[in-house]
Design a protein around this ligand. Structure first.
Ligand SMILES: [Zn+2]
Length: 201
């Protein structure tokens, strides 16, 4: 199936307005190339996301940053039989946002998967993200970050279930692709859920 691009084309200031929010998913050091759970090309999301951050900031629209924020004994780690190397342990260097990612004052940071025995790929799981978005009058999310086939996918699908419109910034996501094509399949799944793809800012 060919990927359909969303009708809106590039994100421009004229496209966004009241009711829109930007959600930057897990752009943390451990998910960058060379990190504990590095995503190939993961650093390439930073420039398009910084452009989106600037657009939303200038428009006075809310910006949310999600982060994996695990306890040191998290269930997803290999030491506990999970699939992943130790990553994004709360408060460590690896859990910090990418050094060149712009994080303006006033941005909201949402920490997820903070309990030892529960993993959470979706930023909506066990967090207050949905009520925070509703309290801010948000109806539509622009989403980018890492990784397409894990936390971006889960966050977008959950956002659709929560009733938000979603635009995935296609140039601002990168996939792990444990199996070749995982990222493309995830994008298709997001589109089938009603999310749209939009090209770079
Ligand atoms: Zn994790």
């Amino acid at each position: 199936m060919a990927l359909r691009r969303g009708g809106a084309g590039p994100v421009k200031a004229s496209h966004i307005g009241p009711g829109d929010a930007l959600v930057v998913v897990d752009v943390q050091r451990d998910f960058l190339p060379g990190g504990a759970r590095g995503v190939p090309g993961g650093d390439e999301v930073i420039a398009p996301l910084n452009r989106a951050v600037s657009l939303f900031e200038r428009a006075g629209l809310p910006i949310f940053y999600t982060r994996d924020w695990h306890p040191a004994n998290h269930v997803s780690f290999k030491a506990r039989g999970g699939p992943w190397p130790r990553h994004c342990v709360a408060g460590t260097e690896g859990a910090a946002f990418a050094p060149t990612l712009r994080v303006p004052q006033g941005a909201v940071i949402v920490s997820k998967a903070t309990s030892p025995d529960r993993d959470a790929e979706s930023a909506f799981q066990d967090t207050t993200l949905a009520p925070q978005l509703r309290a801010a009058g948000v109806r539509r999310l622009y989403v980018g970050g890492l990784a397409t086939d894990y936390c971006v996918r889960a966050t977008v699908l959950a956002a659709r279930r929560e009733g938000f419109d979603v635009k995935v910034i296609a140039d601002a996501v990168r996939a792990v692709d444990v199996q070749p094509g995982d990222g493309q399949r995830a994008l298709q799944e997001m589109q089938l859920s009603g999310a749209q793809l939009t090209s770079r800012c």
